[in-house]
Design a protein around this ligand. Structure first.
Ligand code: ZN
Length: 268
C-alpha cells in the first residue's frame, strides 16, 4: 500500500504491516489488558514505525546527497528498507549512507531526552504516563541505534564493516569476510534464542542468515553479468565494426540496467 510521496520518495507499507497492530491487539485481549493498555502499546508501535521510517529517510537523503536515487522506502513489520537505485563505488560514501540511518535515531533520542530534561528543569508536570512514554521512546531509539550497528548483514553495521574492509582489500573479499561474520552472528542469535525460548531472537537469526546469503548471491550475480557482457562482445567480433559497436553498447546498457536492479541496496 502506497502511503504517499514524502521528500520525493514513495513511502510504501508492505501488506504484512497490518500484522503488527493485530498481534498486539490479540496479545492484549488474551492477557485481559484494559483498552487503555492496548491503546498504549499501539501508540508505542506507531512511534516505532515513525522512527524506522525516519531512519530510512536518513539513508535515502544521504544517498541523494551523493547523487543516488531511492526507488522507494518500504515499511514491514520487522523493519524498514530503503531501496537505493545503485551502490556507491567509494567505500567512504557507503559508510556515510549506512551510518546516516542509526545517526537519525541518536538525534531523535537526544531530542527526546532534551525535551524531558527541559521539562524537569522548568518543573513542568508532564504526568507519569507522559514521562514514561517519552522514556520508552528514548529507549526505542537507542535500541534501533545499537541493533543496526551490529556488524552483520543486513544491518547497517554490516555495510559499514564491509566498506571499512574494502579500504584494505578487494570488494569481493571484503564482502566474503563480512558475510562470514554475519553468519556467525546469525548462528549465535539462533542458538541464544532457542536456549532461552526467545523465538523472536531466533527468528532474527534466521533472517540475518538468509539476508547475508542473499548479499553474497547478489555479488556473484553481478559478477556473472559482467563476464557475460565481456563474452558477448568477444562473441560478436566477427561482425562489421559498426554492428559490433552497437552490440557492445547495447550489451553494456543491458548489463548496467541489470546491475542497477541487482544493486537495489537493502538497508535494514
Ligand atoms: Zn538502516
Amino acid at each position: 500500500m502506497r502511503l504517499g510521496r514524502f521528500l520525493g520518495i514513495d513511502l510504501v507499507l508492505h501488506w504484512t504491516f497490518g500484522l503488527a497492530p493485530l498481534y498486539f491487539l490479540l496479545v492484549g485481549l488474551s492477557d485481559r489488558q484494559t483498552l487503555g493498555q492496548i491503546a498504549w502499546m499501539e501508540l508505542v508501535l506507531a512511534m516505532v514505525f515513525l522512527f524506522v521510517g525516519l531512519h530510512e529517510y536518513g539513508h535515502a537523503l544521504t544517498a541523494r546527497w551523493f547523487g543516488i536515487g531511492t526507488k522507494e522506502i518500504i515499511l514491514t513489520p520487522i523493519g524498514g528498507v530503503a531501496l537505493l537505485k545503485s551502490l556507491p563505488e567509494d567505500p567512504s560514501k557507503e559508510i556515510l549512507i549506512a551510518f546516516a540511518g542509526p545517526a537519525v535515531n541518536v538525534v531523535l533520542a537526544g531530542m527526546l531526552f532534551g525535551g524531558l530534561s527541559l521539562a524537569n528543569v522548568f518543573g513542568w508536570n508532564l504526568g507519569l504516563q507522559m514521562s514514561q512514554f517519552l522514556q520508552t521512546l528514548i529507549l526505542v531509539n537507542l535500541l534501533l541505534f545499537a541493533f543496526n550497528l551490529i556488524p552483520s548483514f543486513p544491518m547497517d553495521g554490516g555495510r559499514i564493516f564491509r566498506a571499512t574492509l574494502a579500504y584494505f582489500m578487494p570488494y569481493e573479499r571484503a564482502t566474503g569476510i563480512a558475510v562470514s561474520v554475519a553468519k556467525v552472528f546469525a548462528i549465535a542469535f539462533i542458538i541464544y534464542g532457542l536456549i532461552n525460548f526467545d523465538f523472536g531472537i531466533a527468528f532474527i537469526g534466521l533472517f540475518v542468515f538468509a539476508a547475508s546469503s542473499a548479499e553474497w548471491n547478489r555479488l556473484l550475480h553481478v559478477r556473472r553479468q559482467h563476464s557475460q557482457m565481456h563474452s558477448q562482445s568477444d562473441w560478436r567480433s566477427g561482425e562489421q565494426p559498426t554492428e559490433r559497436l552497437g552490440a557492445v553498447v547495447e550489451g553494456h546498457v543491458k548489463a548496467t540496467r541489470l546491475e542497477i536492479t541487482e544493486n537495489s541496496n537493502q538497508h535494514e
